[in-house]
Write a protein that binds this ligand. Structure first.
Ligand SMILES: NC(=O)c1ccc[n+]([C@@H]2O[C@H](COP(=O)([O-])OP(=O)(O)OC[C@H]3O[C@@H](n4cnc5c(N)ncnc54)[C@H](O)[C@@H]3O)[C@@H](O)[C@H]2O)c1
Ligand SMILES: O=c1ccn([C@@H]2O[C@H](COP(=O)(O)OP(=O)(O)O[C@H]3O[C@H](CO)[C@@H](O)[C@H](O)[C@H]3O)[C@@H](O)[C@H]2O)c(=O)[nH]1
Length: 449
């Protein structure tokens, strides 16, 4: 099978690399010449653990190719994956401009019969429209079938997820087309679920909406736990042991971000509205998440009175660890609020700083080392639980700050750790920890760190 992939974002690139790894001949296409130039040299434009090594291996094996030319990329292909972006439009719906452009590209450039596979997350009915657009732009007389094959990878563990995912969903109205895509995916050795196209389109939105709901639910329980002196970690463990609930996605914090949950929940609300269904629950999930992103700033103002002139070390900028992706990261909301409150913000992230510079307010200062961010700060905010941040933030705050105080949006530490380090520690869904001793000035000055 000769395969082409349109779009080399997260999904297109990871799909291309993994399909070539299981032995297929894959050509990845992108309209962005800078990306393709990097990829042809074996350099990944995104930070994703393990991706670059696997990519280089398959380029060297001559199974993985990159081009900006749709003429070259779509020639003689049997299967064409569409993996372009479906960003949030102004009214909350998925913007399908890139999808239909890609479908036009397919129609204009294919040279034989093809199965067009939609990897992108798209609203109900889109796959059928993709087929119509391809057929309307056909130059020759070719047979075109469409398959919905939604992607479930997580950023930061995308390669692992591709080889160890829970399922592969193949939505098709023609059995023959479904069988072709099943055959391509068999070497992954994962459970395959065959459905109709509409069900596959819905599965993707329903999965993301459910996971987002789980997060907003645990965040609501966390906010209530604080008021009644329950501990959200213990509560999450207790409910997670019930296999009907499951112990995953019960980490309370400052809400979900990223390139998918925010836009996909909005898109599903819009799909519901378009179908005269009022999705109350999902609207609440979104609202809870928006409020949760402002939680740390609210807590800091409650505790300190005002943040005017305070130097705040903001640790972690990416929407989650192991990625440089800043899309819908909580750090954006937090930085904007801190700047509006008159705080001086010093930001640190191990990987995402360059991307953050284009997105965070221009007043934000960037530290190259975590030590530089914490040194001389009045307050520490933890926004992303990178391993480095979890390992160092508590200790460095105790060492470098006159009156160490951490607002932790990811619940990185236990109460006893904060007490041992004599750091005031305010987290999510748990009692605040107050130091028991006055800190001596000499301790800071004489620190031998
Ligand atoms: N990012 C994730 O973790 C993830 C996971 C599962 C599903 N998804 C879904 O997959 C889709 C892609 O997401 P992403 O984050 O990889 O997207 P992205 O926006 O990062 O990348 C899309 C790429 O497609 C290219 N492109 C656009 N139109 C093109 C065309 N006509 N021809 C060739 N290239 C074209 C762009 O230049 C860009 O490089 C979205 O629908 C998203 O919801 C994303
Ligand atoms: O218990 C949890 C789990 C996650 N999060 C947050 O939720 C967001 C999303 O995390 P995660 O799901 O791990 O990352 P994504 O890469 O956005 O992956 C999600 O979105 C993808 C795009 O659709 C899907 O393919 C994946 O299955 C789905 O997990 C991040 O901000 C996390 O910090 C929490 O706050 N608490």
């Amino acid at each position: 099978m000769k395969i082409a992939i349109i779009g080399t974002g997260y999904v297109g690139l990871v799909t291309g690399v993994c399909l070539s790894e299981i032995g297929h001949d894959v050509t990845c296409l992108d309209i962005n010449p800078q990306k393709i130039e990097l990829l042809q040299k074996g350099i990944s434009p995104i930070y994703e653990p393990g991706l670059e090594d696997l990519m280089t291996k398959n380029i060297e094996a001559d199974r993985l190719h990159f081009t900006t030319s749709h003429i070259v990329g779509l020639k003689d292909k049997d299967v064409i994956y569409i993996a372009v972006g479906t960003p949030q439009g102004e009214d909350g719906s998925a913007d399908l401009t890139y999808i239909y452009n890609a479908a036009r590209n397919v129609g204009q450039n294919i040279t034989n019969d093809v199965v067009v596979v939609t990897k992108s997350t798209v609203p109900l009915g889109t796959n059928h429209k993709v087929r119509e657009v391809v057929l309307a732009n056909l130059e020759g007389n070719h047979c075109v079938e469409v398959v919905s094959n939604p992607e479930f990878l997580r950023e930061g563990s995308a390669i692992h997820d591709s080889f160890h995912g829970d399922r592969i969903v193949i939505g098709a109205d023609k059995e023959e087309a479904a069988n072709i895509i099943e055959e391509i995916n068999k070497p992954f050795g994962l459970p395959i679920l065959k459905t109709s196209i509409s069900s596959a389109e819905m599965i993707k939105y329903a999965a993301n909406a459910f996971l987002a709901t789980k997060i907003s639910f645990i965040n609501e329980i966390a906010n209530l736990s604080e008021k009644v002196s329950a501990n959200i970690e213990e509560v999450a463990s207790g409910i997670g042991m019930d296999t009907r609930i499951g112990d995953k996605f019960l980490n309370a914090g400052i809400g979900y971000g990223g390139s998918c949950f925010p836009k996909d929940t909005h898109a599903l609300v819009k799909i519901s509205e378009d179908n005269e269904h009022d999705f109350h629950l999902l609207k609440s999930v979104i609202q809870i998440n928006d409020t949760q992103k402002t939680l740390l700033v609210k807590k800091a103002i409650e505790r300190l009175g005002s943040l005017e002139g305070k130097r705040v070390a903001m640790l972690g900028l990416a929407f989650k660890p192991e990625t440089d992706d800043m899309r819908e990261a909580a750090s954006i909301v937090v930085a904007e609020k801190l700047v509006a409150e008159g705080a001086e913000v010093v930001a640190y992230d191990p990987i995402a700083t360059e991307n953050a510079k284009n997105i965070l307010p221009e007043e934000v200062i960037y530290a190259e080392q975590i030590e530089d961010a914490i040194m001389d700060s009045d307050v520490v905010f933890i926004l992303t639980d990178w391993k480095e941040i979890v390992e160092k933030a508590l200790f460095l705050s105790s060492l470098f700050m006159k009156k160490p105080i951490i607002f932790d949006g990811r619940n990185c530490y236990k109460a006893e750790d904060a007490l041992k380090m004599q750091v005031e520690y305010i987290s999510v869904g748990r009692d605040s920890i107050q130091p028991t001793e006055e800190k001596e000035e000499e301790y800071v000055v004489a620190s031998s760190y």
